[in-house]
Design a protein around this ligand. Structure first.
Ligand code: IMP
Ligand code: ZN
Length: 348
């Protein structure tokens, strides 16, 4: 079986995808059309070509973070958010993804409140207007640039919505420009969320900051994202690496995101290799498939090619990812069954 085809057909699990970074050009064009048709405001002049960050892009990390404002200008109403969520879920489904934990940062816009923002995404997940078979869950994001009052407000919304929609709102996470903010300031809000039953994932080690990495690992999140600057070879220290290895916290790995933002020089020298050799759980993810013009199946293919993986090793990655989901055991069993059936059909 051709590797491309294999990676697409393999039932996959996405655990690190930011909604606004995942919007494809096709989805953004549909959203533009919606704004024009609704006569809400003129969104026709958003610069879609500046949204993508390809390999060799000359923008620095802070400039890369500015691209999200392009997507944000297209997700400012409830209808647009429903549309953005449904179309994005559909694209993941068409790429062979059977389970996704999509994440997004609630924003007050000209038209909706943070609560309405989250409720729109929940509605698209629970009662989509299109036919979706993908199982979708929501992780609520906190941006590191937020003021503490806003952080507490988002934690409150996450706790409240988790209470009402426990099967949909499954986690909370910390993201945004890693050069901004101190992790310690977010601990009280994250702890409150955790006590209410939400799982926690943290963007960790995107830039060299061993003290923060240790503080984050000490917090014992259920997963971390990226984990680049943890191994001494990539900007971490012996201490941070040992702490990660001992913690056994699963790592959401985003190959193309790391390469295109130049955190990692190329695919072959990605820390994926060290994580696997240390026996850690690794979950291949897209991060921002719209911004980085990638897909989950492409990430699996690139990983297989860069690290000379067999088809069975590739399928095993998806199986391992299933162990790291925030949903209940019955859902885990369901998706593991799908992957095992695929592997069975493939080997027989
Ligand atoms: P949103 O939360 O749906 O609006 O998705 C976009 C947001 O995700 C950005 O504004 C960032 O806060 C966050 N984000 C996307 N990619 C990254 C990343 O690679 N590192 C840290 N934060 C990110
Ligand atoms: Zn991310």
């Amino acid at each position: 079986m051709d590797l491309n085809f294999f990676c697409k057909e393999l039932p996959k699990i996405e655990l690190h995808a930011h909604l606004n970074g995942s919007l494809s050009q096709a989805t953004m064009l549909q959203l533009q059309r919606y704004y024009v048709d609704a006569g809400i405001s003129d969104k026709t002049n958003t610069f879609l070509d500046e949204f993508q960050i390809g390999a060799g892009d000359t923008r620095n990390l802070s400039e890369c973070f500015q691209v999200f404002s392009i997507a944000h200008s297209l997700t400012s109403t409830s209808e647009a958010l429903v549309m953005a969520t449904e179309l994005t879920l559909q694209e993941f489904q068409e790429d062979g993804c059977c389970y996704i934990e999509l994440r997004s940062t609630p924003r007050d816009t000209q038209y909706i409140t943070k609560k309405q923002y989250i409720d729109s995404i929940i509605r698209a997940m629970e009662k989509p207007s299109i036919n979706l078979s993908i199982i979708s869950k929501l992780i609520i994001s906190i941006n590191r640039a937020s003021q503490l009052q806003e952080v507490e407000e988002i934690a409150d919304i996450a706790i409240e919505r988790h209470k009402i929609h426990p099967d949909t709102v499954v986690g909370i996470e910390l993201s945004g420009n890693p050069a901004v903010g101190n992790f310690g300031d977010f601990i009280p809000a994250l702890n409150r969320a955790r006590q209410s039953g939400l799982k926690v994932t943290l963007h960790c080690g995107e830039v060299c900051n061993p003290e923060e990495v240790l503080e984050m690992l000490n917090f014992k999140p259920e997963r971390i994202g990226h984990g680049v600057c943890i191994h001494p070879k990539y900007g971490g220290t012996e201490e941070t690496w040992i702490a990660l290895c001992q913690s056994k916290i699963p790592v959401e790995v985003c190959l193309t995101s790391n390469v295109n933002t130049k955190i990692t020089p190329d695919y072959e020298s990605h820390h994926f290799k060290e994580l696997i050799e240390a026996g850690l759980s690794v979950v291949l993810c897209t991060d921002d498939k719209g911004v980085f013009a990638t897909s989950l199946s492409q990430e699996y293919r690139l990983c297989a090619e860069s690290f000379a993986l067999t088809r069975i090793q590739v399928a095993k990655l998806s199986l391992d990812a299933a162990q790291c989901i925030f949903s209940e055991a019955n859902i885990r069993e369901l998706i593991i069954g799908k992957i095992l059936k695929f592997m069975n059909d493939y080997t027989s």
